[in-house]
Design a protein around this ligand. Structure first.
Ligand code: ATR
Length: 263
């Protein structure tokens, strides 16, 4: 076989980074498309982030994903840079496409949507839902000021509510999304009573370790449809690949099963 004319490179920058499932995902796509390339975990200390991002181009990297704790800082570096670095947030795309893929009949305007949490994950989810045409987003957060900041920034359908109202806010909702870290492995469960959530509502979590958080388990047991965070992770990789290699890869059943087996 002739040598390919170049070896494709991409990766994920995090600190720590070895828990990331992204290499498995992207290396599956290299293989699936018969491309010579590799996607590597890059353990980057926060103080080295600027230098690491600047090094991407000379090293021949098509690009990288950035994960905790680099997300916000990376955006700042990209914005302050001379234009040779660009950045996009693919979490929003990942969330919306996962919901559409797993629940094809889903309608963003079917009824009020409750979003719990107001961190980086919430920002992507709220932005996506608002863009898709959600009519009412009830945003509940332990620290009300952070919910108000998102509501103020996006305007439109987002209404910030205090933490005490999280149980009552579920009344009449068509969907509820947990974007807090509660329920993630090592953390206590999200403290919420689902009694007022309508049976027809869709319950989503952006956490994927574990695949079923206590919040999702409680929703499933009372008859609600659920969606875990794995679809968001898998789908956020697609626009990245498209930007780097010009191919929009598929989230196949085989790919999902392969990643699930490692969780
Ligand atoms: P990410 O970028 O992953 O969303 P983050 O910005 O640290 O992470 O946000 C974490 C979210 O989980 C926040 O909404 C946080 O609430 P605060 O804004 O009040 O900090 C929420 N969270 C974390 N621990 C929590 C707890 N014990 N109870 C309720 N919410 C919690």
């Amino acid at each position: 076989m002739a040598h390919p004319d170049r070896f494709l490179l991409a990766g994920v920058m995090g600190w720590p980074v070895m828990h990331s499932r992204s290499p498995m995902l992207h290396n599956y796509w290299f293989k699936q498309h018969g491309l010579a390339g590799s996607y590597v975990p890059l353990a980057i200390r926060p103080e080295h982030l600027t230098a690491a991002l600047r090094g991407l181009h000379p090293l021949g990297f098509a690009g990288v994903n950035v994960t905790i704790p680099h997300k916000q800082e990376a955006m700042k570096i990209v914005n302050e840079h001379d234009g040779s670095l660009t950045g996009t947030n693919n979490d929003c795309y990942g969330f919306i496409h996962a919901v559409r893929q797993e629940h094809p009949g889903w309608r963003p305007d079917a009824g009020p949507i409750v979003v719990i949490g107001a961190g980086g994950g919430s920002r992507a989810v709220c932005y996506g839902l608002a863009q898709e045409g959600a009519k009412e987003i009830r945003l509940v957060n332990r620290t009300l000021a952070r919910a108000k900041a998102i509501a103020g920034e996006f305007r439109g359908p987002i209404k910030a509510l205090p933490w005490e109202q999280r149980h009552d806010a579920l009344e009449g909702a068509a969907m509820v999304v947990n974007t807090t870290s509660q329920g993630m492995v090592g953390n206590p469960a999200l403290d919420i009573t689902l009694d007022k959530l309508p049976q027809g509502a869709l319950a989503a979590d952006i956490i994927y370790i574990p695949l079923e958080t206590p919040f999702l388990a409680a929703a499933r047991k009372r008859g609600n449809r659920t969606i875990n965070g794995l679809g968001m992770l898998l789908n956020q990789g697609r626009p990245a690949w498209k930007a780097w290699f010009g191919i929009e890869p598929e989230v196949t059943v085989e790919l999902r099963a392969m990643v699930e087996r490692t969780i």
